[in-house]
Design a protein around this ligand. Structure first.
Ligand SMILES: [Fe+2]
Ligand SMILES: [Fe+2]
Length: 480
């Protein structure tokens, strides 16, 4: 290959995207389809640009694409394209595709043939050998393919995902145990916060690395003691919102601890009040309303430095206050809420509305909860923060089950593109005919204008979890 200049970021990224679109359209449509023709021509344009000074190779090494010798740089919004292409290459055992300079003269029909063969290779025992032979038979000499060298790279990337998931899951349960321990022991004497603090640091690290994974974890169901799971979920949601508005690491850590401890005062509220079905009596209501103040008392009893204590008191004290200072506890000495309090308030209400609890017949769907909360923006919630929260969660938050415009059912996995908050990455759910669901294809709605010639694939509505009977976190975590 002749010496070439560094490939601009945009070009590498666009090339991979063009190949991805080509592969997806060819899989769905016949050769004479307009979308296929458009994808072929945009792929060829990219190829022409790249092969201007010689052959070009697209290779996968250790789960990263390289163009020529250079590692492909891509924008955050291309993450899903890269993810799918890594899968595509890996499943076929292909390590590298070389487009020779002569590919500039390849006919569109030949490009389609190559793409179809590349797609079909997966159905054959030795995809690489089969593909090589087919390309020879079809006279596609302008393209060469090479098998994957770093056999263990697939395992690497898989185990990396598994490790990240395991780390998140482990920290989630450890956090539940930590809150439980603090809650149970704090009344009997001093309890240290070292463990909670370390967990908070881990949680902040994971949120910074993969907030979607953490939001997914909050959909874990069936934990025996809701109060503690609620506290951890609130901590995770609050931390994600904190990260979304770019708080510093140390503020995020304090926010996580605030979330973990925000309902510590509920330890003193009898369970029968916490779990009561009907309307509370005045006396019961007074007891319940005392929990933020009781919580502050408990935080003061923690064995923590005065500076840490002072930073984690306000949020839990304020989490049932409204920005106009109505709500509880009534206070005359404060004129406005702290940022931590406002964030906790949003995370707390959202969690409480969407959580499935034994004593409540039906929880709200994430989109219903957000709409409801938006209805009292400004009054019950800080408008700007709530807007950011909705933006962060997406209209259909991660973990929502949705019906798509083509009738398919899917699970919202992520919003890979910060600017496209209505078009998530969706994992299609396939009915296994036994009343259960299995994970199907992953579709990225922002890319799906190609799927349905008449328009975009959209979300039509949310589906109550009770109706479909799945535990989103199962799919979430295993298909990542
Ligand atoms: Fe509370
Ligand atoms: Fe709460």
């Amino acid at each position: 290959m002749s010496e070439r200049q560094s490939i601009p970021e945009r070009l590498g990224h666009d090339f991979l995207r063009a190949l991805y679109h080509l592969i997806s359209t060819v899989r769905i449509y016949q050769d004479n389809n307009q979308l296929v023709r458009t994808s072929v021509s945009s792929f060829q344009n990219m190829l022409n640009e790249l092969t201007i000074s010689g052959d070009i190779s697209l290779s996968l090494y250790r789960s990263r694409f390289h163009i020529g010798e250079e590692k492909l740089r891509y924008r955050r919004d291309a993450a899903i394209v890269v993810y799918n292409m890594v899968e595509f290459f890996s499943k076929r055992g292909i390590g590298s595709v070389n487009f020779l300079e002569s590919s500039r003269d390849a006919l569109p029909e030949k490009i389609m043939t190559f793409t179809r063969l590349f797609n079909d290779a997966i159905r054959h025992e030795n995809p690489h050998q089969w593909l090589e032979q087919k390309l020879r038979e079809q006279n596609c000499s302008w393209v060469q393919i090479f098998p994957r060298q770093d056999e263990d790279a697939t395992v690497d990337s898989e185990s990396l995902k598994d490790k990240r998931y395991e780390k998140a899951r482990k920290n989630y349960f450890l956090a539940i145990e930590a809150v439980k321990e603090v809650a149970n022991k704090v009344s009997q004497g001093m309890v240290g916060v070292r463990r909670s603090r370390r967990l908070a640091q881990n949680i902040v690290d994971i949120v910074k690395e993969d907030a979607a994974l953490m939001i997914g974890l909050t959909t874990l169901k069936g934990y025996d003691d809701y109060t503690y799971a609620h506290s951890v979920n609130v901590a995770l949601l609050a931390t994600c919102l904190g990260k979304h508005i770019e708080l510093s690491d140390i503020s995020l850590e304090h926010l996580t601890i605030c979330g973990l401890f925000h309902d510590l005062g509920k330890v003193d509220v009898p369970k029968k009040i916490l779990l009561k079905h009907g309307v509370l009596t005045d006396g019961e209501w007074d007891l319940l309303k005392a929990h933020p103040v009781m919580g502050v008392r408990k935080i003061l009893m923690l064995n923590a430095t005065p500076s840490l204590r002072s930073r984690i008191i306000l949020g839990p004290f304020e989490h049932h206050l409204n920005p106009d200072m109505t709500g509880y506890p009534r206070t005359l000495f404060m004129g406005h809420m702290s940022l931590m309090g406002k964030i906790l308030r949003i995370a707390d209400v959202y969690e409480a509305l969407t959580a499935e609890r034994g004593y409540r017949p039906r929880s709200f769907l994430p989109d219903e909860a957000l709409r409801m909360m938006w209805g009292s923006a400004g009054k019950s919630f800080d408008t700007i923060l709530l807007k950011r929260f909705i933006h962060m969660m997406g209209i259909y938050p991660i973990g929502s089950v949705v019906e798509l415009s083509d009738g398919n059912i899917g699970l919202v996995m992520d919003y890979p593109d910060e600017t496209e908050r209505t078009l998530p990455l969706v994992l299609l759910l396939v009915n296994d005919e036994k009343g259960g669901w299995q994970s199907g294809e992953m579709v990225y709605l922002a890319d799906q204008n190609i799927k349905d010639g008449s328009g975009r694939l959209n979300i039509v509505r949310g589906i109550p979890l009770a109706k479909i009977r799945i535990n989103p976190s199962d799919f979430f975590l295993h298909s990542m």
